[in-house]
Design a protein around this ligand. Structure first.
Ligand code: HEC
Length: 129
């Protein structure tokens, strides 16, 4: 009987050790997809997802807003800063007459991190590369 108890105690200890290593696991991310995401991929995801930019912007033709290829070309030519624009701190250079329509989206883009805004910028530029 004592022997059995001893074995149980050892087993219980051993399983405790296992628990400990399990707790430490999340420190090492296993989801490589998230870790390896490039700024362009992040930008595309936001553009089509929570940013909903795709509702007004298409890649190669004008919709409610200018195509993002056109935006990319003009921003590249003028060396303009898209992140500043999306923070609501810039001036429109693509189609100022329609600025009011775009302006409504600053509520969404102002809440984004710099990393997310740079991702959007990288994605827009990626369409002319
Ligand atoms: C409701 C429609 C609509 C949505 C949604 C929208 N846009 Fe726009 N966007 C426009 C219109 C219209 C213009 C043209 C006016 C202008 O140039 O400011 C524009 C212009 C732009 C410009 C060029 C600004 C400039 O300098 O003239 C950028 C960059 C841009 N949009 C990025 C985005 C991004 C990124 C999103 C998603 C977070 C987005 N837009 C969502 C309508 C929209």
């Amino acid at each position: 009987m004592k022997k059995t108890l001893f074995i149980f105690a050892v087993l219980a200890l051993a399983s405790c050790k296992k628990e400990d290593t399990k707790v430490a696991e999340p420190l090492y991310p296993t989801n490589t997809e998230v870790v390896a995401q490039t700024p362009v991929e992040l930008g595309e995801e936001i553009f089509k997802g929570k940013g909903n930019c795709v509702a007004c912007h298409q890649v190669d033709k004008k919709a409610i807003g200018p195509s993002i290829q056109e935006i990319a070309k003009i921003y590249k030519d003028k060396g303009a800063d898209m992140v500043t624009f999306l923070k609501g701190e810039g001036v429109p250079i693509v189609d100022p007459s329609q600025y009011e329509v775009m302006k409504a989206n600053f509520v969404i883009t102002k809440a984004m991190s710099d990393e997310e805004l740079k991702g959007l910028e990288a994605y827009v530029y990626s369409t002319i590369q």
